[in-house]
Design a protein around this ligand. Structure first.
Ligand SMILES: C[S@@+](CC[C@H](N)C(=O)[O-])C[C@H]1O[C@@H](n2cnc3c(N)ncnc32)[C@H](O)[C@@H]1O
Length: 427
């Protein structure tokens, strides 16, 4: 039988070798091998933890290994897992973490590498490792203490002060509580709360969105009949605020130009009481299929999906919509706590390209709204260039629009995913 650490190792290898998304790889392996709930929790913790803390763990390993040693990826991942448990998991005795790492290395890589792993972990247990000084080397300190690439720390420090960045980095390492959006087309907050509690699930009300609930102690949320029957959608609370600020009314025509997998579009349909039309577009066919699946499950009839590249202006759509949503592709720094792989997959040069795409998409999409209509521009990131900078440039280039409101959420301030939401009214 596959044990927790061995499974976590397989998932980590899948993520690095095949560039799989951590959440998908984790789900694939957890679905394939039946583990009890404690082991499932340990696998999840190890996978996300090792990804989240990768550069700190590698710093420890490099500091302790002989200069020039380059362990192969399997050895490296087993070492990372061992050291992670010792550094961050109080419940696991260091000896157990070390012995398991050595045993797994023996099994997958042979005796020689297992001695290397044993040596590194034991030296760490004896001597620890010295980290950079916070005052003398603040960027290096933040990068290693909270495990982010140095360039990313520097990037955040360009827009925010040191204490803000420090709190943001720390909060983005915390696993968020799971939030769901009650599907008011099929039930209501009290009805769903009672049904969930009836299954032994702890439920708390959201802080900002009226249909948001936080649920605790669920394993495999998509296996619940309440989910399969479309009584709720899993969604972050700040993401729900986007559709609220769009404020759609029943009977309207809404265009959502970057809509997959349909979290916000299905919420909009709900707010419209399933009356009107929502044109939900995306660049990828397979992602549009996810929207359709969600619509079937949630009982939504008014969403029409369409493959369309939002960088291209659609002349037929000009002046047609009551409201337009531009939930733009972005660097995603606001959702690192849900997708820690962003820390390592994102590259410094991505931002510039995304800013250019966002600019094109927003300028086109804004033309689709009627006079007096509303465009909502949102991102799940925190950089000035992608957020307020983008809006300021838009207003400068489009004098027929005025800024109605901007709202920002941050994990360390609101306890929610980082989001930026701007409402732009066409005069
Ligand atoms: C932030 S996600 C949208 C999330 C979605 N609104 C929701 O709430 O579930 C951005 C989406 O934009 C899509 N996208 C990226 N480039 C695009 C383009 N040029 N045209 C249309 N969609 C694009 C991506 O495929 C992705 O699904």
């Amino acid at each position: 039988m596959m044990k927790a650490r061995e499974l976590a190792f397989k998932v980590l290898m899948d993520v690095e070798e095949n560039k799989s998304y951590a959440d998908m790889a984790l789900k694939k392996y957890l679905d394939k091998f039946r583990l009890d709930s404690r082991d499932r929790a340990l696998v999840t913790e190890l996978v996300y933890g090792v990804i989240e803390r990768k550069n700190t763990l590698d710093y420890v390993i490099v500091s302790l290994a002989k200069k020039g040693t380059k362990p192969d990826l399997r050895v490296l991942n087993l070492l990372r897992m061992g050291i992670y448990q010792i550094m961050y998991l109080d419940k696991i005795p260091p000896r157990a973490a070390c012995d398991e790492a050595v045993e797994l290395t023996k099994k997958y890589c042979g005796i020689g590498p297992s001695k290397f792993v044993n040596g590194i972990i034991r030296t760490y247990l004896r001597n620890g490792v010295k980290f950079p000084d916070e005052n003398l080397q603040p960027v290096e300190y933040l990068s290693l203490k909270y495990s982010y690439p140095e360039w990313m720390v520097e990037r955040f420090l360009k827009d925010y002060d040191y204490d803000f960045v420090k709190s943001f980095l720390e909060a983005s390492n915390q696993k968020p509580d799971v939030s769901i959006r009650v599907n008011t087309l099929k039930t209501d907050v009290d009805g769903l709360t009672t049904a969930l509690e009836g299954q032994g699930i702890e439920v708390k009300k959201g802080k900002y969105a009226r249909e948001a609930l936080y649920v605790y102690g669920i394993r495999g949320i998509d296996k619940l009949d309440l989910y399969k029957n479309g009584l709720f959608q899993v969604q972050g609370e700040s993401s729900m605020m986007v559709s609220h600020l769009l404020n759609p009314e029943p009977g309207e025509f809404i265009v959502d130009v970057c809509s997959a997998p349909g979290g916000k579009a299905t919420h909009i349909a709900q707010l419209m009481e399933n009356k009107g039309i929502i044109l939900a577009r995306d660049l990828y066919e397979h992602k549009l299929a996810l929207i359709q699946k969600n619509c079937e499950r949630l009982g939504i009839k008014i969403i029409k999906t369409q493959l369309y590249d939002a960088r291209e202006l659609d002349q037929h759509m000009v002046n047609k919509a009551d409201r337009v949503l531009v939930d733009a592709p972005c660097t995603g720094y606001g959702v690192i706590r849900k997708k820690p792989d962003i820390k390592w997959s994102r590259k410094p040069e991505d931002e510039k390209e995304l800013v250019s795409i966002q600019h094109q998409i927003l300028n086109n999409a804004a033309k689709y709204v009627k006079s007096g209509g509303l465009v909502v521009y949102s991102t799940c990131t925190i950089t000035y260039e992608e957020n307020m900078g983008q809006v300021e440039r838009f207003l400068h280039e489009n004098k027929d629009f005025e800024l109605e409101s901007t709202t920002s959420f941050y994990p360390h301030i609101h306890g929610l995913d980082g989001f930026f939401i701007s409402c732009l009214r066409r005069k």
